[in-house]
Design a protein around this ligand. Structure first.
Ligand code: SF4
Ligand code: ZN
Length: 334
């Protein structure tokens, strides 16, 4: 890249249009970590002495988050543990889980690997039959498992790698749906509530492009392939729109974040229903049965119907015809 670092005059590694700034590799790394530190402080994410559980999927964001928090752990006075969920996605899990383990091992951060199929009874691949976008179901499953595991590890806060672009994509989605409840809860930091562990997004002020530059600057191993279900994630379209805006108006993403958090969100008032305990698993839920348990029972119904259909096929065509109406109504995800 042509140009020189504004700090030390060495050849530039990164050009940050939003700040009209060019930085060499080392100064960019320092800039990145300083911003993570400032974000943690600005939103009061961690108290000194806290145990912070970091959700590590092996993707660039979670690797950048773990690495930067690891470098800042002394300054921030926190202890780190990592949680990786083996989601049971064929051709994907068997690659990212060992990678996440390696990333943690290199830093000496203890890593709890949760086997979704072995410990919770199903895999993300099984969500395909539920006639709802796999990513939205997978998101709910991950939120549930991460909260439960973080609590069981004695963590005070669960930190996730959601970056500025993720945050704004969620903001646009909630805005378009007119989902005031989601807009009210869209925060860089959510304090603990009952059995819900506090949740923090220390990369909320970091554009997605910068996390890529950070992992590349430090040569950090990270997932470079895509989850097979990622094309179904609507957030990609929102991010494309945000990038188009940013091209014409550098720093508009930061402006959106600031004006939402400082001017718009304080005006949103929604009545929060009190948090219940799921009647099946006892985990926190806004309804009598939590979303995770509802997903589990939908999978169980689907399996029962498939087994019924298979056995009727074995017995002959007459049985199959008789069984299908029952099968199709019971496979409904709702
Ligand atoms: Fe889950 Fe979708 Fe992410 Fe894959 S892309 S891990 S299915 S949320
Ligand atoms: Zn439940």
């Amino acid at each position: 890249m042509a140009g020189k670092c504004r700090v030390c005059g060495a050849p530039a590694y990164a050009r940050l249009e939003y700040a009209n700034l060019q930085l060499c590799r080392d100064d960019f790394v320092r800039f990145f970590e300083r911003r993570v530190e400032r974000t943690v402080e600005r939103y009061g994410m961690f108290e000194r002495g806290s145990r912070v559980a970091v959700a590590v999927s092996g993707g660039k964001d979670s690797v950048a988050l773990l690495h930067s928090l690891w470098k800042l752990r002394g300054k921030l006075g926190v202890e780190l543990v990592a949680i990786t969920i083996d989601l049971g996605i064929a051709g994907h899990s068997d690659r990212y889980v060992p990678l996440a383990r390696r990333v943690c091992e290199r830093l000496g951060v203890p890593c709890r690997v949760v086997d979704l199929r072995g410990e919770y009874g199903f895999s993300v691949d099984e969500l395909r039959g539920l006639r709802r976008p796999v990513c939205s179901l997978c998101g709910a499953v991950k939120r549930y498992v991460l909260n439960r595991e973080a609590r069981e590890l004695g963590a005070h806060v669960l930190a996730t790698g959601h970056n500025l672009d993720d945050f704004l994509a969620a903001l646009l989605q909630a805005y378009i749906r007119g989902d005031l409840k989601a807009l009210a809860k869209l925060r860089p930091y959510l304090p603990p509530e009952g059995k819900l562990v506090a949740r923090a997004k220390p990369l909320v002020e970091t554009p997605e492009r910068d996390t890529k530059l950070y992992v590349e600057a430090l040569g950090l191993e990270h997932v470079t392939w895509k989850c097979p279900y990622s094309s179904g994630a609507s957030s990609f379209e929102y991010k494309r729109v945000l990038d188009l805006l940013e091209e014409e108006h550098p720093s508009i993403k930061f402006q959106m974040l600031r004006s939402f958090l400082e001017r718009i969100q304080p005006l949103i008032s929604v009545e929060e229903p009190s948090l219940l305990s799921c009647s099946k698993c006892g985990e926190p839920s806004s309804s009598p049965v939590c979303q995770f348990c509802r997903i589990k029972s939908m999978i169980a119904k689907l399996e029962t119907n498939e087994a019924r259909l298979t056995s009727s096929r074995r017995r002959g065509p007459g049985f199959e015809r008789a069984a299908s109406p029952l099968g199709s109504s019971q496979t409904s995800p709702r």
